[in-house]
Write a protein that binds this ligand. Sequence first.
Ligand code: BEZ
Length: 242
Amino acid sequence: MEQVTQNQAIPMPRIGDRAPSFKAVTTQGEINFPDQYAGSWVILFSHPADFTPVCTSEFMTFATMEQKFVGANCNLVGLSVDGLYSHIAWLRTIKEKIEYKGMKNVEVKFPLIEDITMEVARKYGMIQPGESQTKAVRAVFFIDPKGIIRAIIYYPLSLGRNFEELYRVLVALQTADAYGVAMPADWQPGDDVIVPPAGSCGTAKERMEGKDQDIKCYDWFFCTKKLPKEKVEEALKRGGRK
Ligand code: BEZ
């Protein structure tokens, strides 16, 4: 009960907030978060515990995909409430012993934060007492080059994340920034995107009359346009910059 009270005292960061700052020890040395990532995107994610099966499958998958995220100007930073030596031993075991779904000799090169005091996990609302008082849930924070939280996803202990979906979220955020558009349900690069409300590019009437050949309107409030995959890829190469 005391834990619940403590957690309630710390407001959970929200989308649009500045990412709470902290210094911590990691498997790659000390980090100063998020300042040292200024100018790049960063995904801060937590896992419940080292030497557990779901987390092992997640780390192997994320580490295997790391270069794809780096190619989109995005760094990865993990965290659990385990200590540094546990992290080191677990990552060594993954590399030396685990072969899973065709992945083997997987080296986790991104930093993994030790947070035995749970200070960082609490700052980021990763301890959710109804799920666990002693472990972080599977939280994912997308932080932009200015240090602003742009998306947050939480999963329970029993559900491993879909890392292709995390990549899709990163690509969508960068595409939205680069082209001033929004993404419809299930959007994938190459699909049509949603254009801003009427006024910013033509009146509702002009749009509905089809004056702009590139824009397709389903009603006055719902218009899309084509955004070729190559344009999305160009934006990613610029790290989501305009
Ligand atoms: C897992 O990663 O397998 C796991 C960790 C904590 C609780 C349940 C599952």
